[in-house]
Design a protein around this ligand. Structure first.
Ligand SMILES: [Zn+2]
Ligand SMILES: [Zn+2]
Ligand SMILES: [Zn+2]
Length: 255
């Protein structure tokens, strides 16, 4: 499978508009972060995780030609507000693009995007989507997908184990039930907002501690704020743990 980090930034993106800090003024492309999203290519199919605010820009940058399914982690604006930019990926045959989300996320999406999901507005120019509620494990294009309930501040988010990889963005804690599903990972992509603690996100020290417990072959830290100067701070990370960056791709063998 081919994994592409479409976006690795926190909800504001980096640079932050109006900010003059050294990271926001940096010329290093690794310090330019769009909103968090992941693309998984497998046997000719593309699975997108979240429709980030920057979906259009990410699609153009990576030359994405098709999207076959979308998995949602939760409905915070930075993860969902690119939903209208799924329109170019609707197949011409009229088949609706399947979205997968937890029950509470499905409810929030129907409420926030009534123009997309209401049966009355069938004639509007809107993405043609069908939402499926995820509970337990399921199979998507031959890949086993396990949704994992994560703590995200006072709310919840859904992490996904997909074959040998796991994508856990936006979490402040990983419950034991989820941790039990995270053995023998080839790649873990994990929330690590910034150095200081935050009520809704793992900070970098917390993410390193979780990564060491989970012990994946490789860990990438994502949802990064302008605290993180990619090259400078990467030197302080343990072996096998790195900061993700936009456009990063990895080829992972699926057994
Ligand atoms: Zn977020
Ligand atoms: Zn800044
Ligand atoms: Zn969030």
């Amino acid at each position: 499978m081919k994994v592409t980090l479409l976006g690795t930034g926190t909800s504001t993106g980096v640079p932050v508009p109006g900010c003059d800090c050294p990271v926001c003024r940096s010329n290093d492309p690794h310090n330019r972060r769009t909103r968090c999203s992941l693309l998984i290519g497998y046997r000719g199919k593309n699975i997108l995780i979240d429709t980030a605010t920057d979906l259009r820009q990410q699609s153009l940058r990576e030359g994405i030609k098709r999207i076959d399914a979308v998995l949602y982690t939760h409905t915070h604006a930075d993860h969902i507000h690119g939903i209208d930019d799924l329109r170019p990926f609707n197949h011409r045959d009229g088949i609706k693009l399947p979205l997968y989300a937890s029950a509470d996320a499905v409810q929030a999406m129907r409420q926030n995007f009534r123009y997309i999901f209401s049966p009355q507005d069938e004639k509007l120019y809107r993405p043609r989507l069908v939402v499926w509620t995820v509970g337990g494990s399921f199979s998507l294009f031959g890949l086993p997908v396990t949704p994992l309930r994560l703590v995200h501040g006072s709310g919840c988010s859904t992490g996904y184990r997909i074959g040998p990889i796991a994508y856990l963005t936006d979490c402040s804690a990983i419950p034991q039930a989820a941790r039990l599903q995270l053995g023998n990972l080839k790649l873990l992509i994990l929330d690590a907002l910034r150095f200081r603690p935050h009520s809704a996100h793992l900070n970098i020290a917390g993410a390193i501690a979780e990564a060491e417990r989970i012990n994946a072959a490789q860990t990438l830290l994502t949802h990064l704020s302008h605290d993180v100067d990619h090259d400078r701070h990467a030197q302080g990370l343990p072996v096998g743990i790195d900061f993700a960056f936009d456009g990063q791709t990895l080829k992972i063998m699926v057994d």
